[in-house]
Design a protein around this ligand. Structure first.
Ligand SMILES: Nc1ncnc2c1ncn2[C@@H]1O[C@H](COP(=O)(O)OP(=O)(O)OP(=O)(O)O)[C@@H](O)[C@H]1O
Ligand SMILES: [Mg+2]
Length: 332
């Protein structure tokens, strides 16, 4: 149980509606529970604090969220804001990607030193790779490690059918990113490539592509811009060369899979080794997100059956369910 001091802080923060203090006290409780090896409880608390729709938003992000730009015609927000929560220890990365991420973080942590030499930290990065391999998570981790909010921009919500509105939306998004340091993730960036590849290209869309490229070129702010795509083939060289770093994400190798299982099964009692060949073989050719989903089902199964240890049969059953799900989705 959390210490009386922290519980008092928590209740007091809740009573006076101080969300920053509430968040700090909650995080202290989560840390305490983790130290006591109560990982399931800590994970649950983390999920409640950061995961659901009733997220606790820090004051800085709350101030920002009041200024989120909206599309004038539809009145819809052009981006979503999140307080990132997961840190570098939560993501499994290929060694070369980890080195690049660590280098980017160092450049931002020590931006003042670079600036004193007339240099700027890298601020435009491209993430490529199949779904569920950690592109969005790595953007979140970057935000956490730099203590910056995460803005999620979907290009399809920025593109408007009204003439001239798209360029205005883009301007608003870039002005917003410029206003305060943040990690700005442009998801589904290939939407741009599609427009360029399309022979029946509408003049307005051509202008959108050019406007994005110009804004990327002109961008000199303190935010870190990350573009993510599943279809790197759709991006032409004009887009590629705007990015100083390109990280390619892929399905986990055997070693990365063992690391992923270690992270995702932290605090779960089990009766098998994580680098057991049979265990690893269940997950071959699966993305990190798929592996996570199978493990979640297996753990739920164990809990609901009142069993204390996660066993291979729980995983096998969850894996079978995942295969059926995939078959249904692909209509086989
Ligand atoms: N490399 C990873 N290490 C640890 N967990 C991961 C990793 N990749 C994915 N996950 C888990 O799967 C979830 C979904 O992954 P994520 O959203 O980062 O995928 P993505 O590459 O952005 O996919 P998409 O192309 O569909 O947007 C993450 O929130 C995380 O819990
Ligand atoms: Mg993503």
């Amino acid at each position: 149980m959390a210490s009386g001091k922290i519980l008092r802080q928590l209740v007091k923060a809740g009573a006076v509606g101080d969300t920053d203090a509430f968040r700090q006290a909650s995080e202290a409780i989560i840390r305490e529970e983790r130290q006591k090896q109560h990982h399931l409880l800590a994970n649950d608390l983390e999920q409640i604090l950061y995961g659901g729709s009733q997220r606790v938003i820090s004051t800085a992000t709350r101030g920002l969220s009041e200024r989120i730009p909206v599309d004038q015609e539809r009145g819809l927000p052009l981006l979503g804001l999140r307080d990132p929560a997961r840190g570098l220890e939560e993501v499994v990365l290929a060694e070369e990607n980890r080195q690049v991420v660590e280098d980017i973080l160092e450049q931002h942590h020590r931006a003042d030193v670079l600036r004193s030499y007339g240099l700027r930290p890298v601020d435009k990065i491209l993430f490529c790779g199949p779904p569920g391999c950690g592109k969005t998570l790595t953007a979140e981790v970057t935000g956490t490690e730099l203590s910056l909010p995460l803005a999620l921009i979907r290009l399809d919500s920025v593109v408007s059918s009204y003439l001239g509105e798209t360029a205005a939306n883009l301007r608003k998004v870039f002005d917003f990113i410029d206003s305060t340091p943040m990690v700005a993730l442009f998801d589904e960036f290939d939407a741009l490539g599609k427009e360029r590849a399309d022979a029946s290209e509408h003049g307005e869309l051509k202008r959108v592509v050019n406007a994005v490229l110009q804004m990327l070129d002109a961008y000199q702010g303190k935010s870190l811009i990350i573009a993510a795509t599943n279809h790197e083939g759709m991006l032409d060289s004009a887009i590629w060369r705007r990015f100083e770093e390109v990280l390619v994400f892929g399905l986990p190798t055997r070693e990365q899979l063992a690391q992923l299982l270690t992270i995702k099964l932290r605090g779960v009692r089990r009766d098998f080794e994580l680098d057991d060949e049979q265990v690893l073989s269940y997950f071959s050719e699966m993305s990190h997100a798929d592996v996570e989903r199978v493990l979640r089902h297996a753990i739920k199964d164990m809990i609901l059956k009142g069993e204390e240890f996660l066993q291979l049969r729980h995983i096998e059953k969850a894996q079978q369910r995942e295969l059926n799900r995939k078959r249904q989705l692909s209509g086989v």
